[in-house]
Design a binder for this molecule. Structure first.
Ligand SMILES: C[S@@+](CC[C@H](N)C(=O)[O-])C[C@H]1O[C@@H](n2cnc3c(N)ncnc32)[C@H](O)[C@@H]1O
Length: 375
């Protein structure tokens, strides 16, 4: 990339990588910004453009397609989406959005970009054919959310997750969303100094480092060695002593009843954190959720064996699908006979026998949690 490339040019390069190579938005964006010479204001603008255009892709395409009669080159579509995002969602004055976007288009379709963006800025859309298109989610995902948490909750959740994520920093300097902090605090709530907790799916270590920062003896595992490296780095930076083990949580290398508590912060569909992962809504599938539920149940069953009598098993996910929360919880209790610990404190919403925070509740990530008393 040319030195001194403009924010919009850089945004287009990143969007091309996401679109054409299936690159993860956050990874390619961070790597590209690292190499750029942009100041912090321009970096923030590139981030907003890339995440915004990625999230609102469906709504941008719908807006564009009203004015396009033939299929266009993929690069032209990427540039046009970026223009539409600026005009409709990004709050960039239309004349600036149009001229600055046309300027970065290759000469061969500058005329097209100019004509289409001008028409869009002069004819703002007021009648969207569906909420899924207006809020820019796949149809199946809106249907799923509406059936799992109700239409009103689903719409508010979908809207909130189109906003940029808030940056929240813990007292020790670690960046961690509020609802994740609340899960970690609940997981160790009421434990005594010297009691032990295992974090079975711990990487990158947000919850483990919070739990280990007090008097509770915390051990962290994760299946992926590279991700355990992230936990190690985070613990080291925070100067926290945190024993780490690479292991498959379905076959944990510990004696039965070895811990007072076990936290299973399971791999999940991540529908509660879509605002942080701009491209995730276009990746996740129903089949993937079905696969994840099987893994979540296996992890819970393995974790239950590791809890000492009188202890607790805590299950959390950053999603709100019934399959990964209420339905799994019911099946797990029926299969094992364990009891829930009882209602959760405010501001957790009642979610079956567990609790849930929706993104719109605290302007945070969406989370669900279930706690079990082990006899
Ligand atoms: C939701 S993330 C955990 C986030 C972490 N607890 C935190 O607060 O930073 C889920 C993690 O589960 C790990 N994982 C996936 N399958 C696993 C398995 N079979 N055993 C253990 N960990 C697994 C993934 O590598 C991923 O790091």
């Amino acid at each position: 990339m040319a030195e001194g490339a403009s924010p919009r040019r850089i945004a287009v390069k990143v969007l091309e990588r996401i679109e054409n190579d299936g690159a993860f938005a956050n990874l390619v964006l961070n790597a590209t910004l690292e190499k750029s010479k942009l100041d912090s204001r321009d970096r923030a603008f590139v981030t907003e453009m890339v995440y915004g255009t990625t999230r609102m892709r469906r709504a941008c395409d719908y807006t564009l397609d009203r004015f396009l009669h033939d299929e266009i080159e993929p690069l032209a579509r990427i540039i046009l989406r970026l223009g539409v995002w600026q005009i409709i969602f990004g709050g960039v004055p239309a004349h600036a959005a149009v001229s600055a976007t046309v300027e970065i288009a290759p000469r061969r379709f500058r005329g097209l970009c100019n004509a289409v963006l001008r028409r869009i800025s002069e004819n703002p859309l007021t009648d969207w054919p569906s909420e899924a298109i207006e809020l820019s989610y796949p149809d199946w995902l809106m249907v799923q959310l509406e059936s799992d948490i109700g239409k009103q909750n689903a719409l508010e959740m979908a809207k909130t997750m189109n906003e940029p994520a808030l940056a929240v920093t813990r007292k020790d300097g670690y960046h961690q969303d509020l609802s994740s902090q609340m899960v970690a605090e609940l997981a160790i709530n009421g434990m005594r100094a010297g009691d032990s907790i295992l974090d079975l799916c711990s990487a990158p270590g947000g919850k483990a480092t919070l739990m280990a920062s007090g008097e509770v003896w915390t051990v962290a595992t994760d299946i992926r060695e590279s991700r355990i490296g992230l936990v190690a780095n985070n613990a080291e930076q925070l100067n926290i002593d945190l024993p780490l083990v690479v292991s498959d949580g379905c076959y944990p290398p510990f004696k039965p009843k070895a811990f007072n508590r076990v936290l299973v912060d399971a791999p999940c569909s991540g529908l509660g954190v879509l605002r942080r992962r701009a491209d995730a809504r276009w990746r996740i599938t129903k089949e993937e959720i079905e696969r994840l539920v099987l893994l979540q149940e296996e992890l819970l069953l393995a974790a239950l064996n590791l809890v000492a009598p009188g202890g607790q098993l805590i299950y959390s996910v950053c999603t709100v699908t019934s399959a990964e929360t209420i339905e799994l919880d019911e099946r797990f209790r029926k299969k094992t006979g364990v009891q829930s610990c009882g209602p959760l404190p405010d501001p957790w919403r009642v979610h079956g026998e567990g609790g849930m925070i929706l993104p719109q509740d605290l302007n945070s990530e969406g989370m669900a949690i279930f706690r079990y008393q082990v006899e």
